[in-house]
Design a protein around this ligand. Structure first.
Ligand code: ADP
Ligand code: MG
Length: 227
């Protein structure tokens, strides 16, 4: 039962430009158990987004390995990897990435659409997550009819819809006022823990980082435990 949910070993990422090699990640290793959460802080350009993108299989490492619930997603075929990403990884971006022409409920159901029409259980889970994030009265609203904090809460509900193994959030409160940021942070900390989901949050907010179980700084390509 105690299989770690996420094992990252010696991850390295080098970008090759015409004139030089840029080493963005250099032997990054860590392990998180089911339900654990971790903050990553660090200066702009440190490689935080690159790390999250690799963990979510949106980008490839130059070397090293990632295991999610005992599986190495980089060993999968392209189709299997897309399915893995959709079902096992939840992404939350700073600018929410909601589809403007879809309402709140439809946007939340997006991950369930990969396999055709969402099933009734997905509908029920979407409604209950939206209730949980305080948006049950906004199901039919379009993203343009919501505040920034509300949009980010929809993104949280959407990321959690399929009960992923790992949720990755890239500066989820970066564009929000303090009160909205606090609400989003609270939901992010509560729901994954209840559902045994690993949560990694890249953030500039020390308030949020301080509330997480582990906090690392990414500096010169390596993770350093913050005191
Ligand atoms: P952060 O999220 O910490 O601000 P990023 O992960 O976005 O940092 O970027 C880390 C570094 O990698 C930056 O120096 C950036 O310029 C570089 N980088 C990101 N993507 C590419 C790319 N496709 N080609 C070359 N360099 C890149
Ligand atoms: Mg970034």
């Amino acid at each position: 039962m105690n299989t770690p949910s996420l094992v990252v070993s010696n991850l390295r990422k080098v970008y090759q430009t015409n004139s030089e090699e840029i080493v963005v990640l250099d032997s990054v290793s860590f392990t998180l158990q089911a339900g654990e959460n971790m903050a990553i802080v660090g200066p702009s350009g440190a490689g935080k987004s690159t790390l999250l993108q690799i963990l979510g299989t949106l980008d490839q490492p130059t070397s090293g390995s990632v295991q999610v619930a005992g599986m190495d997603p980089f060993q999968l075929s392209e189709n299997q990897q897309a399915k893995f990403r959709n079902e096992r990884i939840g992404f939350i971006f700073q600018d929410h990435h909601l589809l403007p022409q879809w309402n709140v409920l439809e946007n939340t159901l997006l991950p369930a659409l990969a396999n055709g029409k969402p099933r009734r259980e997905h509908q029920e889970r979407a409604v209950s997550l939206l209730e949980r994030v305080g948006l049950s009265h906004r199901l039919g609203h379009l993203p343009s009819q919501l505040s920034g904090g509300e949009r980010e809460r929809v993104a949280v509900a959407r990321a959690l819809l399929l009960k992923p193994a790992v949720v990755l959030a890239d500066e989820p409160t970066g564009n929000l006022d303090q009160q909205s940021a606090d609400t989003v942070a609270q939901l992010l900390l509560e729901v994954p823990k209840e559902e045994n989901t690993v949560l990694i949050v890249v953030t500039h907010s020390t308030t949020l980082a301080d509330q997480m179980q582990k906090c690392f700084e990414l500096r010169l390509g390596q993770l350093h435990l913050k005191a």
